[in-house]
Design a protein around this ligand. Structure first.
Ligand SMILES: Cc1cc2nc3c(=O)[nH]c(=O)nc-3n(C[C@H](O)[C@H](O)[C@H](O)COP(=O)(O)O)c2cc1C
Length: 215
């Protein structure tokens, strides 16, 4: 085991959705680099990675973010704001980019990946015709968000995932539509303020026996 089982749980108990960050403190650079890598290493359906992650650290830019985040101040006071966005429209060109990258890293000709490519193109087309393509991409982004929250907790980095945002305003700020992306969700990382009352509230979770069934 690389991490003691009880340590994992104590870190997951330690983490909470921080409401008040200490604006004077920032996430340590080494920890931050690992967290960025944790985003890169996220799993996704077919491995297609239909996402990008924009990291905002500039204090002046962060100061403008509460106005596009339901007035929430975490986006201003946390040191790092990650904007999770989906690729849209996702096309066959994105599948070819992935095939080309696989071919390079696995040192195999593109032709050997033709079957896999066909499977992915078929799936893309059916998601598209059902109108579910963006939702599919968003599901992948949420996996990256979940991994990020856990990785941060393990490293002792405070976070707050945030859907309470105006995605269109984030899109405009980051000029995402022109790049072929669309904001889905934000997650901030920083250092909790010592007087954040939410830090000491007991977690509200259903009992394990009500949600986990061993069969
Ligand atoms: C996708 C997602 C969006 C959330 N959006 C917000 C938000 O906009 N603002 C906020 O303060 N908390 C937000 N939360 C935090 C949840 O309210 C919080 O995770 C939940 O109440 C459980 O509490 P805990 O994370 O502190 O254990 C969000 C959580 C998730 C997973």
């Amino acid at each position: 085991m690389t991490l003691a089982a009880d340590k994992l749980i104590s870190q997951l108990q330690w983490r909470y959705a921080v409401k008040k960050f200490d604006p004077q403190q920032r996430v340590d650079d080494t920890a931050w680099q690992s967290l960025e890598q944790s985003l890169v290493l996220s799993a996704s359906s077919f491995g297609l990675q239909p996402w990008r992650f924009d990291v905002i650290t500039d204090p002046q830019t962060r100061a403008t973010l509460p106005s596009m985040s339901w007035g929430q101040t975490q986006v201003r006071d946390a040191s790092h704001v990650v904007v999770f966005s989906i690729r849209t429209p996702m096309t066959v060109a994105d599948i070819d980019r992935f095939i080309s990258r696989t071919s390079e890293l696995h040192q195999t000709p593109v032709s050997t990946l033709a079957g896999y490519r066909k499977l992915m193109v078929g799936s893309l087309e059916s998601l598209q015709s059902d109108g579910h393509l963006e939702e599919w991409a968003a599901r992948q982004v949420y996996l990256a968000l979940g991994g990020f929250l856990t990785a941060a907790a393990v490293l002792g980095v405070d976070t707050c995932p945030m859907e309470g945002i105006d995605p269109d305003k984030y899109d405009q700020l980051l000029e995402l539509p022109a790049l072929g992306y669309k904001t889905v969700v934000v997650c901030v990382a920083g250092v909790r303020a010592p007087d954040d009352p939410y830090a000491t509230k007991p977690k509200v979770r259903y009992k394990a026996e009500e949600v986990v069934f061993r069969r």
